[in-house]
Design a protein around this ligand. Structure first.
Ligand SMILES: [Zn+2]
Length: 274
C-alpha cells in the first residue's frame, strides 16, 4: 500500500515497455474522482505507457459527458451503452438516442447481464438484446458486462448474431472453459487487476489458460484497484500491474504480452487508432 503520496505522481513500473504502449479497454474516466483531475490522470497514464483508454457508457445521462471527455483528449475513445444495472432505462427513446450517438463510438457498451443488481432479469435481457441488435446493425463491437449469467449471456449473444461484430468480455470472471465459448463467438477476454488480488485463484487460472491472441487488458478504474494500491481509487496508470501479473503467471516477458494485447485490442476495436 502506497499512502500519503499523490496517487498521480507515483513512478511508473513499465519503463521497459514504454516503446510498445498499452490500451486500457475499460476505464470510467468520466466518473469521479478521475474526471476532476483528468489532466493529471492522463499524464500519469502516459508515463506508465498507457497510450489509449476506452471510456464505456453506463447510464444514458452520461453519454454527452463521455462524448465531451473523449473529444477533448487524445487517446480517449468513447463507447455508448446502458449497463445492466440501468436496464430499466432502455426504453424506445433511450435506444433511439443510442442509435444516434452510439454510431460515433468505438464500441457499444457496456451492456450485458448481472443478477447482482436490483433490475429484473427479464428487463435486463430486453435491454441487452436491443443493444446487441443495435451494435450488429451499426457494425460495432460490444463491451459486455457479465457476472453469474454466463450461459444466458452466451445464448443471447448467439441468438442476436453478435458473432458478426464480436467484442470484449470485460473483466471476465468465468472459467477458462466458459471463456473459450465466448472466444469461439468472436470475443476477446479482458483481464483486470483481480489477477493481483491476494488469494486470487480463478482469475489466475483464466489468465494462464486462455489463448494469447484473445487477451486484452483493462483497469475498470476507478474500481478494481490492484492489490499494491488497495483502498485507493483505481486509475489507468496502474494498468501495468495487470500486465506484469499476467506475464508472470504465463511465464512470458511483459514486453511480449504488451505487444500481443496491443495488437489484439487494435484488431477487435478497429476504431481505436493509437
Ligand atoms: Zn465498467
Amino acid at each position: 500500500m502506497v499512502s500519503g503520496k499523490d496517487p498521480y505522481q507515483q513512478p511508473s513500473p513499465l519503463k521497459f515497455a514504454a516503446g510498445i504502449g498499452l490500451i486500457d479497454t475499460h476505464c470510467h474516466l468520466d466518473c469521479e474522482p478521475l474526471r476532476s483531475r483528468l489532466p493529471e490522470v492522463l499524464a500519469a497514464a502516459r508515463r506508465a505507457g498507457v497510450i489509449g483508454c476506452v471510456v464505456p457508457g453506463v447510464h444514458p445521462r452520461d453519454w454527452e459527458r463521455i462524448a465531451l471527455v473523449a473529444g477533448e483528449h487524445d487517446g480517449l475513445f468513447a463507447a455508448y451503452g446502458i449497463h445492466p444495472m440501468h436496464a430499466d432505462l432502455a426504453d424506445d427513446h433511450a435506444l433511439a438516442r443510442l442509435a444516434e450517438i452510439g454510431a460515433a463510438g468505438v464500441a457499444v457498451g457496456e451492456v450485458g447481464l448481472d443478477p447482482g443488481y436490483g433490475v429484473g432479469m427479464e428487463q435486463q435481457e430486453r435491454a441487452f438484446r436491443a443493444q446487441v441488435r443495435l451494435a450488429v446493425a451499426m457494425g460495432l463491437p460490444l463491451l459486455v458486462h457479465c457476472r453469474r449469467a454466463f450461459q444466458r449471456t452466451l445464448q443471447l449473444l448467439h441468438e442476436e448474431g453478435a458473432g458478426q461484430v464480436g467484442g470484449i468480455m470485460h473483466s471476465f470472471s468465468g472459467s477458462p472453459e466458459m471463456a473459450r465459448e465466448f472466444i469461439r463467438l468472436g470475443f476477446a477476454i479482458s483481464l483486470s487487476a483481480t489477477v493481483t488480488w491476494l488469494g486470487a485463484q480463478r482469475p489466475l487460472r483464466l489468465a494462464r489458460e486462455i489463448p494469447l491472441e484473445s487477451i486484452v487488458l483493462e483497469t475498470d478504474a476507478p474500481d478494481l484497484t490492484p492489490q499494491r494500491f488497495r483502498r485507493q481509487p483505481n486509475q489507468p496508470a496502474w494498468l501495468p500491474e495487470v500486465l506484469l501479473a499476467v506475464a508472470e503467471i504465463r511465464g512470458m516477458l511483459s514486453a511480449d504480452l504488451a505487444r500481443a494485447t496491443l495488437g489484439n485490442t487494435r484488431r477487435i476495436l478497429e476504431r481505436v487508432m493509437v
